[in-house]
Design a protein around this ligand. Structure first.
Ligand code: ATP
Length: 588
């Protein structure tokens, strides 16, 4: 398992609930106390485990100077893709942080492109609240690296662990800085997509003031340009994020993502920093499936429900809830708008109107959820870790609702259909499902003048050919079903007629990832009910069984239509038969 592993104790942090003094009390009881006691005392010595050191490239470790000017001192941390070191610029004797692509990924064009994209995206932003990129290069082994300002501080996850919930007065100042940095990113067409407390570092400046810096644009989307070659997964698609902070549209695998996913994530961060709890955690959310489903469909609990002992002003909650709306249109539409709301509340005390949650309610997950053999459980990797998961889901959706209605179950079957929800194997630090990266941005930002470093970085691979993206663009898909007897194809929920089997034209369905439950019915034949996920054109064959006559011996009944038209009509058509698809994929 080529996983991450920066902080061995981060794991603990997830389950013991952030930043509270160790307590014999049940977890729920602990909310409500601001505590300065760290349950992670001593963790600041070095977040890098021996395992990470062991993973460190031998050649890099031994080389005294990187690119002739940087002396690597020690690893700061590592993700699935790269390792971050503290280094010294030997000429100006300044500490820097250097992120180097792991040796094992050097020949992987996808990861290399992503890595370069991170460097370019970050460098283009150029804002005091975003980590600064000052240089880049390549190791002798060909591993790209880029050089950042060294942030000597704590990320918000650590602060929360150490200090417990952060009062609004303080948090609001941090949020305003994060809004400023993200606003700058959005202005140049960069969407972070993986915002979480771990990626927000607080440094104390010489004058004693705090400065927040956003790091890790490793999964950022450059809305105006490149799609990374190879991330164009025709079947499964790709969306990247960290389950605990992922926006509903990412969780639902929607293709069109914009900067408002960052508004949502910032809302989750604010929620967690204020209450010490994530909106969706605890026994009700035993795996990432439940977490993602909740982000997709479930309203966040109120502060009073989660942290009854904390007194958080209503206006604050209203702001957070507005960020957490499921529909991006119902959130703040920009970081500037969010910042204005924070400022209005902090300044004149103007609270935004309370928001009525637009959540539709989470689908009930009923069936067995099976992870691939190598899959980690939710607790198997550090909290907040972006991760790569591959689909291996078996789940029975609750009552399937009609397509176009609220939901159905996101993690439906259709492994062969493409995306859906996913689950399981940790591999490179990306959580993948849905189709986020495979869509071009419909409204690209205007070109901007990139700072020198960004401009000098190698250009990424060209965008995929348009035809590769074409299927996702169509609004409807066509379904053709053949059967041994002409049968009506109806909606299993409301009986609406879609068409008839054996119609060469088939019938159309709205393109969706929500399953549609259909029924085939023909006089004298057993009805056959099944579901499909209309994510692309489908063609099936299904034999209907004659109804058994009471008292009659089992055997094929006569098909009245076959009688009229000849026996050929009763034969299933050859080819194209894939009864596995037509069966309820969640069925036993
Ligand atoms: N400029 C910096 N200064 C100080 N520490 C940094 C800096 N950039 C990153 N780090 C630390 O290095 C560690 C890994 O950084 P980062 O989050 O960018 O990588 P990652 O996302 O975990 O790795 P990958 O991109 O391979 O998945 C984190 O602990 C982070 O706080």
């Amino acid at each position: 398992m080529n996983t991450i592993m920066v902080e061995g104790d981060a794991e603990q942090g997830k389950d013991t609930l952030l930043g509270y003094a160790p307590s014999a009390e049940p977890e729920d009881e602990r909310v409500g106390e601001y505590s300065e006691t760290s349950i992670f005392e001593g963790r600041d010595e070095s977040p890098v485990s021996d395992e990470v050191l062991a993973m460190t490239s031998e050649s890099i470790r031994q080389r005294p100077l990187l690119a002739g000017r940087y002396r690597l001192q020690r690893p700061l941390g590592a993700g699935g893709m790269s390792i971050v070191y503290v280094a010294e610029h030997v000429r100006i004797r300044k500490l820097v942080a250097i992120k180097v692509l792991r040796d094992e990924h050097v020949d992987d064009p996808v990861r290399t492109q992503r890595f370069l994209r991170e460097a370019r995206a970050t460098a283009e932003i150029g804002h005091p609240n975003v980590v600064e990129i000052s240089d880049f290069g390549e190791t002798e082994e060909g591993a790209p690296f880029f050089v950042m300002e060294h942030l000597d501080g704590d990320d918000l996850a650590h602060l929360l662990h150490r200090q417990g919930p952060i009062p609004w007065e303080r948090l609001s100042r941090w949020l305003l800085q994060l809004c400023a940095g993200l606003s700058a990113a959005h202005e140049v067409g960069v969407v972070h997509r993986d915002l979480k407390p771990d990626n927000c570092v607080r440094v104390i400046r010489e004058d004693g003031t705090e400065r927040l810096k956003i790091i890790d644009f490793g999964v950022a989307k450059l809305t105006r340009d490149e799609l990374v070659e190879g991330e164009r997964l025709t079947q499964t698609g790709v969306v990247v994020g960290t389950p605990e902070y992922i926006s509903p549209e990412q969780a639902r695998g929607e293709a069109e993502l914009d900067h408002r996913v960052d508004v949502y994530a910032l809302g989750v961060i604010a929620f967690e920093m204020l209450t010490g709890k994530l909106p969706f955690e605890g026994p009700k959310y035993p795996s990432y499936v439940e977490v993602l489903t909740a982000h997709g469909y479930e309203a966040a609990p109120t502060f009073a429900e989660l942290a009854p002992k904390l007194e958080i002003p209503e206006g604050v909650e209203a702001i957070v809830r507005k960020c957490l709306q499921k529909q991006a249109d119902n959130r703040y539409q920009s970081m500037a708008e969010l910042a204005a709301a924070i400022e209005a509340l902090c300044g004149e005390g103007v609270a935004p109107a309370a928001v009525v949650d637009d959540a539709e309610g989470a689908p009930h997950i009923d069936g067995p959820m099976r992870f691939a053999a190598s899959a980690p459980g939710r607790g198997d990797s550090p909290r907040g870790e972006a991760r790569e998961l591959v689909a291996a889901v078996e789940a029975r959706p609750a009552p399937i609702r009609r397509r176009g209605n609220q939901l159905a179950w996101i993690g439906t079957a259709a492994l062969s259909f493409g995306v859906i929800m996913l689950l399981a194997g940790l591999s490179a630090g990306w959580f993948m499902y849905g189709r986020g990266l495979i869509e071009p941005d419909p409204d690209p930002a205007p070109p901007i003048e990139a700072p020198a470093v960004a401009a000098a970085l190698p250009e990424p691979e060209p965008e995929p050919e348009p035809e590769a993206l074409a299927p996702a663009a169509a609004e409807t898909i066509r379904v053709r079903i053949d059967s041994n007897v002409e049968a009506r194809i109806v909606d299993a929920l409301d009986g609406a007629l879609y068409g008839l089997t054996n119609d060469p034209e088939g019938f159309t369905l709205e393109r969706s990832l929500e399953p549609v439950r259909l029924r085939l019915s023909a006089a004298g034949y057993e009805e056959f009910e099944f579901q499909i996920v209309p994510s692309g054109d489908r063609s099936f064959s299904q034999k209907l069984e004659p109804k058994k006559k009471r008292g009659a011996k089992a055997g094929p009944a006569k098909d009245p239509k076959a009688d009229a038209e000849g026996s050929a009509a009763a034969e299933p058509k050859p080819g194209k038969i894939d009864t596995s698809e037509i069966k309820d994929p969640f069925g036993p």
